[in-house]
Design a binder for this molecule. Structure first.
Ligand SMILES: Nc1ncnc2c1ncn2[C@@H]1O[C@H](COP(=O)(O)OP(=O)(O)OP(=O)(O)O)[C@@H](O)[C@H]1O
Ligand SMILES: [Mg+2]
Length: 381
């Protein structure tokens, strides 16, 4: 790809490097990253599709869970977890109830929400990010003030929110971190979800949701009580709780898959031996999270951080980058130690004591973990 700056000072982007290659974005949306899988599924899918769905519920579930199509196309699993959870989530989107994905940090709520929107509507970008400062306009609509002043209120001067656009086009809207949004702003969603309409009093009009519209919200378990969902709003949602990975093998599998994907997008080398290091991070995180060693023999204290699967993914990715840029490309214990220490020791006083105890009582004694013990001692010193 080449970028040339023309006389008018506007960057002109031309395609190069082979057919169809456009600008390389750092993180493509799910519908772009997995466009091939989505179109293979659409071609193979002969089951009934709800209004304006790109795929049938069966094909959406297959897209999330993975599988092999009759023509041999392999659909990679996006979500590793109980099949039933995905089936309930997908089915909910085909009803008149919205979907609330709930779970502790790093359980793939955002990830599942993005992939569901990509598979159902072919567009995962109709997104409202919930924060303590999210205003009502982010959920309803705002105004282009220059036009508003020049022309008065009109449809042209109105700036629709992602939710309004999803309603008008029969698409899937997403609201991230719903419980961080102030309660009165959250309540804006009640009319949207129960009446399926968004009134625009300034124009004496409304936008009615077209069939195919639905909404996926995510919320963090740990935020409970921050801005508790009102019961009126909660009743509009089907809640699906995403669990932590059930077994160490599942978690290693999730981390290995994501790390390979991220590594490819960062041009990091594949690390064939890396899986041992991945197993080690996952073991450490699970043991500290659960407060007991894998064999159930030693009780441990849990540090203050969440030590989620998502954090394991970033620790391994950082380790790989270290190995690639400053090592020999093979992921080793000393590429991982600093990252693990950083994830575990969030509170410099209390967490450090917990980590030291774990290091001496568990890591030191474990067969085949000498290299890791030494590497951890070095960075902890
Ligand atoms: N069960 C799982 N299957 C597949 N990927 C998973 C799973 N659990 C975690 N991940 C991975 O973890 C990463 C982080 O997940 P995500 O950001 O969606 O978590 P989250 O639940 O939204 O967390 P937060 O509460 O912090 O917003 C994603 O890259 C995802 O691939
Ligand atoms: Mg999230």
């Amino acid at each position: 790809m080449t970028v040339t700056v023309s006389g008018t000072n506007s960057p002109e982007i031309t395609e190069g490097d082979g057919p169809g290659e456009a600008v390389e974005v750092l993180r493509p949306h799910a519908e772009d990253a997995f466009a091939d899988e989505l179109s293979a599924l659409a071609a193979a899918d002969d089951r009934p599709r709800p209004a304006r769905w790109r795929l049938s519920p069966w094909a959406v579930a297959t897209y999330l869970l993975g599988g092999t199509l009759p023509d041999g196309t392999v659909i990679t699993p996006k979500y590793v977890g109980p099949r039933r959870i995905v089936e309930v989530a997908v089915t909910t989107l085909a009803t008149d109830r919205a979907l609330l994905l709930l779970g502790v940090p790093g359980t793939a709520k955002t990830w599942v929400s993005e992939h569901l929107a990509a598979a159902v509507s072919g567009d995962s970008t109709l997104l409202v990010q919930g924060t303590a400062g999210t205003p009502e306009e982010a959920i309803r609509y705002g105004w282009d003030y220059a036009r508003l002043l020049a022309q008065g209120p009109s449809r042209d001067a109105l700036v629709p929110s992602p939710v309004m656009r999803a309603m008008a086009d029969g698409m899937t809207a997403r609201v991230e971190e719903l419980t961080r949004i102030p309660a009165d702003v959250q309540d804006t969603l009640i009319t949207v979800l129960s009446e399926k309409t968004l009134p625009i009093p300034e124009l004496g009009e409304e936008v009615q949701a077209v069939r195919g519209f639905n909404l996926i919200a995510t919320a963090n378990d740990r935020d409970r009580g921050v801005n508790e969902l009102s019961s009126a709003l909660r009743r509009r949602f089907n809640t699906v709780v995403l669990p932590l990975p059930a077994t160490p093998e599942d978690e290693v599998d999730i981390v290995a898959r994501r790390v390979a994907q991220i590594g490819r997008s960062l041009d990091l080398p594949e690390a064939p031996e890396g899986v041992d290091e991945i197993r080690r991070v996952v073991t450490v995180f699970r043991e500290l999270r659960e407060g007991v060693t894998g064999d159930g023999r030693t009780k441990l204290k849990s540090p203050s951080g969440t030590l989620s699967t998502a954090e394991a993914i970033s620790v391994v990715t950082n380790g790989l980058a270290l190995a690639a840029h400053f090592g020999d490309g093979v992921l080793r214990a000393d590429d991982m130690a600093a990252g693990i220490l950083g994830a575990v020791v969030r509170d410099p006083a209390a967490d450090r004591v917990i980590w030291q105890e774990y290091l001496e009582a568990v890591v030191r004694e474990r067969d085949g973990w000498k290299d890791f013990y030494r590497a951890c001692r070095e960075v902890s010193a």
